[in-house]
Design a binder for this molecule. Structure first.
Ligand SMILES: Cc1cc2nc3c(=O)[nH]c(=O)nc-3n(C[C@H](O)[C@H](O)[C@H](O)COP(=O)(O)OP(=O)(O)OC[C@H]3O[C@@H](n4cnc5c(N)ncnc54)[C@H](O)[C@@H]3O)c2cc1C
Length: 257
């Protein structure tokens, strides 16, 4: 499964000079959507004896989240890191993750979160599937059946869900309705502390340098700015009928109606 480490807070500081989010000094956690992806992978392991490998691209601090994933029940963790990966947008990130997964070799199911809490593009999972030439199903809320070479699942939609089936290997992205993630046990955390996490860089992955970092990233962040502070609201007085009349008049004046 693919796990991203993200800053814990939603009160994001903006570095307007650099046009990016300033994450300095923030506590870092497993992307909340990825805890559902990890939990689902561990449940599959418990039911089928599969092996769960967690792959993450990021700096040294990411090891802490990878250890937490191992303590929850993952079997192996790999971190993808190289100075050349810095400045990678979601397309380049997907390329790097795909090369890492390819190097790991044999896989049946790749599970990602529906989106990262910080970047929130929701592009990385589908990008990895595309890179590996795999079928993909996004927004999965339940795996109904999983057996050799076959999966049937429920995909959440705006007004219900679809039941889809297809061949393995496949990539899925999951929503939080899929399960209730477990907490890492203290014993697991102690054990995970002693694990050496392999780190694979550009040359280990045999990756094309022109497809990583800024040169492999077509996204240009033109401007990053905090939202303008909210102006005070207006309370409309009167009976409910009067309030409705006033509100409709105001909306018409603003050409909203
Ligand atoms: C021009 C540009 C430059 C950037 N430079 C940097 C940089 O230097 N350093 C940096 O940290 N970020 C950088 N970013 C942000 C980074 O590219 C994105 O955060 C990353 O590509 C993931 O995209 P997302 O957050 O939208 O993830 P989403 O697509 O919303 O994530 C969906 C799922 O994909 C998986 N996933 C996403 N990212 C990872 C990951 N890193 N490892 C494993 N699984 C993952 C997870 O399962 C996640 O739930 C940059 C972005 C842009 C646009």
């Amino acid at each position: 499964m693919c796990m991203k480490q993200v800053p814990e807070t939603t009160e994001v500081k903006i570095d307007q000079a650099q046009n990016r989010v300033d994450t300095g000094g923030l506590t870092r956690i497993i992307n909340p959507y990825d805890t559902y992806a990890l939990e689902e992978a561990i449940r599959i392991k418990e039911n089928s004896g599969a092996t769960v490998t967690v792959v993450s691209m990021g700096p040294d601090e990411v090891d802490q989240s990878l250890r937490e994933a191992l303590a929850m029940g993952a079997d192996e963790a790999v971190r993808l890191s190289d100075p050349a990966f810095e400045g990678s947008d979601p397309l380049a990130t997907a390329y790097i993750l795909a090369r890492g997964i390819e190097k790991l070799g044999d896989y049946d199911l790749i599970i990602c979160g529906r989106q990262a809490m910080d970047g929130s593009s929701g592009n990385v999972g589908p990008g990895v599937a595309e890179e590996l030439g795999l079928p993909q199903v996004t927004f999965v809320r339940k795996i109904e059946e999983l057996k050799e070479g076959y999966i049937r699942l429920q995909r959440m939609t705006d007004d219900g869900y679809e039941v889809l089936e297809g061949p393995l290997p496949m990539l899925i992205t999951v929503v939080k309705e899929i399960n209730e993630p477990r907490l890492a046990s203290l014993k697991g955390l102690m054990k995970a502390k002693r694990v050496t996490i392999p780190v694979w860089g550009l040359s280990d992955l045999g990756a094309d340098p022109s497809r990583v970092g800024p040169s492999g990233s077509p996204t240009v962040v033109a401007k990053v700015a905090p939202p303008p502070p909210r102006s005070g609201g207006e309370i409309i007085e009167g009976t409910p009928e009067e309030q409705v009349k006033t509100l409709v008049a105001k909306l018409k004046a603003q050409k909203v109606l």
